[in-house]
Design a protein around this ligand. Sequence first.
Ligand code: SF4
Length: 192
Amino acid sequence: MKKLRQEIEHCQACALHRGRNHVIFGEGNPHAPIVLIGEAPGAVEDKTGRPFVGKSGQLLEKILNVSGFNRDEHVFLTNIVRCRPPNNRPPGREEVDACISFLHRQIELIDPAIIVTLGATALKNYLGDNSLKITKLRGKWLEYKNRQVMPVYHPSALLRSPHLKKDTWEDFKLIISRYREEINPDHYSAYF
Ligand code: SF4
C-alpha cells in the first residue's frame, strides 16, 4: 500500500495532474471489509487531500454512521480517478483509462468482501462496462472478481434529488444484512 501511495502521489499519467492541489489516495482501514468507490475528488477534497469531505461526503458519512460503519474499522473510501476534473465534470475516457489500474491494485491489496459503487461513473468504470445503468442496477447485488458489488446512487445525486434517499436507505439495508452474513453477525446499526 505504501508503494502504491507513492506511485499515485507522483502520478502525471493524465492531464488532470496539471490542475490538482492534491492527489487523493483514499482513506479508511487498509484492510476494510467494505470499499466504497466514488467518481472523482471535488473542490474540498482537492483542497484538503481527503476523500468525501465536501457536502456529498458529509451526507455519505451520515449514512455510514447510521449504518454502524466508520472509516477506522469498516470502510475504505476511494475514487475512479484521483485528481479533480475541472469544474467537477465527470472524468473523460483517457483519464479513467490512465487511472483505473490504481483502483484495481488498491482493491486487491485491501481485499474487501463487499464493494459499493457510488453513482453511474463508478459502476460503469469499476466493472468496465459502459452500458450499465445505475437506475436499473441500484439495490441489486452483482459479482465481480469474486466480490459482491452493490451499486447505489452517488450522494451528490441525493443532494440534487432528495426523493432518491429512500432507495439508498433500502440499498444500505441490503449492505448491512450482507455485512452481518459475511463479516459480523452482531454488527450494530442504529438504522436496521
Ligand atoms: Fe494520475 Fe489518476 Fe491523477 Fe490522472 S487522475 S494524474 S492517472 S493519479
